[in-house]
Write a protein that binds this ligand. Sequence first.
Ligand code: ZN
Length: 501
Amino acid sequence: MEEKLRRLREILREVYALRRSAALLWWDQATKMPPGGAAGRGEQLATLGRLAHERFTSEEVGELLEALAPVAKEMPYDSDEAALIRVTKRLYERETRKPAEFVARLARHTSESYAVWRRARPENDFVAVAPYLERSLELGRELAGFYEHEHIADPLIAESDYGMNTKRVRKLFSELREALVPLVAEITEKPPVDDSCLLKELPAQEQLAFAAEMVSHFGYDFSSGRQDLTAHPFAVKVSTPQDVRITTRIRPGDLRDPLFSTLHEAGHGMYEQGIDQNLAWTPLDRGASAGLHESQSRLWENVVGRSRECWEHFLPRLKERFPGHFDGVSLEEFHRAINKVERSLIRTDADEVTYNLHVILRFDFEVAMLEGDLEVRDLPEAWRGRMREDLGIEPPDDRDGVLQDAHWYDGIVGGKFQGYSLGNIMGAQLYAAALEAHPEVPEEISRGNFGTLHGWLKENVYRHGSKYTSEEILEHATGSGITTEPYLEYLRGKYTEIYDL
Ligand code: ZN
C-alpha cells in the first residue's frame, strides 16, 4: 500500500506540475504577453491541458485509487493521506465521467461563444449571442446528465461548491433576498452619501504601492507573491503556496477600484499562500470551494478593508502618500464614502448591501433556465423586471443587463454565481467566530495589526486547503453549518450606523 500511495503521489506531482505551468502561462498571457503571442499560447495551453487530463484520468490512477480507497477508510479521517485519496477519488470520478468528445465540444463552444460575446456586449446585441447561450444551456444540461442528481443544477453547483445543492442555496438566498430588498429600500430613502472625496486623479504607481502596503500589512506575503496590472483582476497559484500572484487594474479618477480589487485578490492570495506546504503538488493544495475562497476575498475586502478600524490606521498613511489630496477628509467622511450604498446596474461595482441581489438574480435565472421555466429569448425582459423589483432600477439596454457578465458566455449555464454570495455569508460567520476567540481583533486592526486575525484564519481555514469540504471547515471553525444570521446581523449593524436607519 505504501508503494501504491507513493506512486499515486508521483503521478499527482506531474499532473500538478503541468497544471501550474499552464497557470503560469495563463498569468503571462494576462500580464506580459505581446498580442502576437496569442495563437502560440493557445497551443501551449491546450497541450498542457491535454497532458494533465490524460495523466490524471489514466487507468493506472483509477486502479491505484480503487486499491487505496478501502485503506483510506481505515485511516484517521484527518490524516493527509486519507484526505488525499478521498479527494483525488472524487475528482477522478468527476473527470472520467465526462466523455472526451464532450470536453472537446465544450472547449470549442466556449472559445466561439466568448468571442461572440466580446463583440456583442459593446454593440448591445443580445440577438447575436442568444443562439450561443442556448447552446451553453444545452451543454449545462448535458454535463449535469453525466452525474446522478436530484435537481438538474445540483451537479453544476457541486463543480465549484462541492457539498452544496439547489435546495440549500435557494433557501439561503431567499432568506437574504427577503432581508436585503427592504434594507436597500430603507437605505436609499436616506440622503445619498457624498463620495466625492474619493474621486481624485492620483498617480497610478502610487496607488498600486499604497494598495500593496495595505495587503502586506494584512499578511499577503510578497516574498511568495507579486502584483501586476491586468484588465480583470485575479489571483493565481503558479506552483506551490510559495508563488501565488495577484493582479489589479487602475481606473483613473477613482481610488476605490484599484484599492479594493487589490484587497479582494489578496484575500484569495493569502488563502492560497496559507495552505500547508505538505499539501503542495496534490489536489489538496487549493481552496476548498469557490464559496469559501470568496469568503476570504470578501472578508478582507469588505469586513476588514471597509471597516472604520482599518482606516483609523490607514487614512493617515493615505494622506501622507498623496499630499494635498485628502487633507481635510475626516475618518467619518472617508468611512461613509467607501461604504456608499446605491441602486446600480453592474454587479462587480455594486456595494456590499446590493451586491447579493445581483448574484441571487443570476442564480435564480440559471436554475429557471435549466428547469425549462425561463426561455433564453425571454431573459432580457425577465432581467429588467427583476432589477425593477429588487433594486428599483432598470438597465436602459442589455449591455448593462443580461450581457454584463462573461460567465454564461464562457462555457456552460449553471453553477456559475452562487459562490459569490455563499462567500459573503461564510465570511461573516468566520469573522464572527474569530472575534469570539479574539475580541481584541478590531482594536488591533485600528493599530494596523492584522496578525491575530490572519493567524486565526490560517489556523482554521487556510492551512487545510481542500483536505475538508468547505462546510466541514466552517463547522470546525465556527461550530455551525452555513447560516445567514451573522451576515445579516453584520450588514444591519454596520449600515444602521452609517445611514442612521
Ligand atoms: Zn473573488
